[in-house]
Design a protein around this ligand. Sequence first.
Ligand code: C2E
Ligand code: MG
Ligand code: MG
Ligand code: MG
Length: 292
Amino acid sequence: TAKQGGKNRYHLFDREQDRLCSVRGSNLARIGSALRNGELALYFQPKVNMRSGRILGAEALIRWHHPERGLLLPAAFLPDIEGSDLAIAVGNWVLRQALVHAAQWQAAGLNIPLSVNIAPRHLLDADFVATLQAGFAQYPQLAANCLELEILETAALEDIGRVTGVMRECQKLGVSFALDDFGTGYSSLTYLKALPAETLKIDQSFIRDILADPEDLAIVAGIINLSAAFNRRVVAEGVESAAHGLLLLELGCDNAQGYGIARPMPAEQLSAWIAAWTPHQEWRLGPGRQTQ
Ligand code: C2E
Ligand code: MG
Ligand code: MG
Ligand code: MG
């Protein structure tokens, strides 16, 4: 009968569930040891103003130098720790490492603001602001405006009041915020209005096809106009070519990040990249409005 079938399905489901749990459990333990063994690293991807050629900063992106599997991207391991205490330990490690690198660059005469991705649960952790404050206390030579935190608007899904409160406390320290992957969340306009983020990062899924897809172009133009109306800075992510950049300049978005500018790179390559970089020639000719 259907009922018996259902019962069997539950058994199968339970066993699958057990298997998934134990896989996740062993991944958790493995990622924990990667953290302790120094197998995690930060790569850095520059963000630039295409019109002026100014380097705005760099986004820190986590990598795992896995001894057997090679260099792993965050998609290969962050989902396994999402929602666990280990996610907070890894998040704190990322924040601390970002400050270490910023201080080293500053000591070498290079002031490069860093952006760090913060998982929603990390942002709402009771110790988040205190940990951040303790980090800055360790590097008194660093201006707090050297740090931007990238959060997803979905971070605010649970408690927009609390998220706003934490953001304001961080901003008192000099830290700024960007709404990452903007446009892909559930209720962009509500969060745009409520969250005190200085910057919107247009998601790369909208940027990819702007040269060919008039709907994506309309979405991107809309987000750029929205950011101007709300007095926010706007950055396009996933800018893969000079032509993408030129179109964005024409739409009024000067700030960009993407493979067409630079791929994420190990920390030790960043200062040489900054010294060598010049904007594409065609961007200098680009007409359009000036944006912040
Ligand atoms: P994100 O914050 O939106 O970062 C941008 C991602 O797009 C990065 O992937 C970057 O390498 C990639 N990207 C940059 N330019 C281009 C481009 O022109 N074309 C294409 N196709 N991709 C481009 P990555 O490093 O694999 O990171 C993926 C996501 O993992 C990040 O998306 C972020 O949500 C998360 N993540 C990365 N590092 C951390 C971290 O330290 N903590 C947390 N909580 N999340 C992180
Ligand atoms: Mg990001
Ligand atoms: Mg993004
Ligand atoms: Mg993303």
